[in-house]
Design a protein around this ligand. Structure first.
Ligand code: PPS
Ligand code: ADP
Length: 225
């Protein structure tokens, strides 16, 4: 009996008939979870989008999970949930930016990303994901599944550049004390220690050039058809 079964004897894993290998054969690619992490404004969404375009153009089956979008639905904040579900539900399941909320955010995305990868999709996830332990848990979950398909990309753009860009005006508000727990300003960012790719994203290269670096890495490791 597995550990999860002994904790929850009423919840039993059901094996499916179509295997991951069947799906991957059909798609002609290997499923994986490409995880972009970095400060707000470092370029995660832009580079992930550029890579997604490049992959689709070459015939890959992909899906992009983006922090801002996921926080509109699966990981919505309490104020988006309260009208339809009530205050107590919204308080319990809505997510903000405190450490536990971010932990739950990354746990949910990790679980979804794991399912998408198991479906054979080249899955891209772009989240600040500032805590090493949260990212490492996602990696561990994929590795426990017998794969090494968690590909961590540290989008390393210096804080000064992110703050200069400030496309949503969030840094300005955070500096003025209007946004609590803002990563890089009033909240920590723990850089990956051994990412598969350390992308020096503030060195003047365009998002397309940076996406090509990742695309070449994926090709070399045999991830694509
Ligand atoms: N306090 C605080 N800290 C960091 N970011 C904040 C915060 N409040 C709002 N935002 C906006 O939310 C986006 C980050 O959401 P994520 O789901 O990626 O965050 S996390 O992974 O749970 O840390 C992030 O999007 P990106 O700028 O695309 O990274 C911000 O626009
Ligand atoms: N390599 C780059 N060079 C110059 N500007 C960039 C680069 N990557 C992203 N940007 C710009 O920086 C801003 C923030 O990028 P974005 O992808 O939204 O970051 P994040 O998703 O990490 O918050 C956007 O205006 C984007 O056009």
């Amino acid at each position: 009996m597995s550990e999860s079964e002994s904790n929850n004897p009423q919840i039993v894993w059901h094996e499916t008939s179509v295997s991951r290998q069947d799906r991957e054969r059909l798609l002609g690619q290997k499923g994986c979870l490409i995880w972009f992490t970095g400060l707000s404004g470092c370029g995660k969404s832009t580079i992930a989008n550029a890579l997604d375009q490049l992959l689709v153009k070459q015939g890959a089956n992909t899906f992009l999970l983006d922090g801002d979008n996921i926080r509109h639905g699966l990981c919505a904040p309490p104020n988006r949930l309260s009208e339809e579900h009530g205050e107590s539900f919204a308080k319990r399941f809505g997510l903000g930016f405190g450490p536990e909320d971010r932990e739950e955010n990354i746990r949910r995305i990790g679980a979804i990303g794991q399912l998408f990868a198991a479906a054979g999709l080249v899955t891209l996830a772009a989240f600040v994901s500032p805590y090493r332990i949260d990212r490492d848990r996602v990696r561990k979950a994929l590795e426990e599944n017998g794969t090494n398909d968690f590909i961590e990309i540290f989008v390393d753009t210096p804080l000064e550049i992110c703050e200069q860009r400030d496309p949503k005006g969030l840094y300005k508000q955070a500096r003025a004390g209007k946004i609590p727990n803002f990563t890089g300003i009033s909240d920590p960012y723990e850089a990956p220690e051994n990412p598969e790719i350390h992308l020096k994203a503030g060195d003047g290269r365009t998002p397309q050039e940076l996406a090509t670096e990742i695309y070449d890495y994926l090709t070399n490791r045999g991830q694509l058809a």
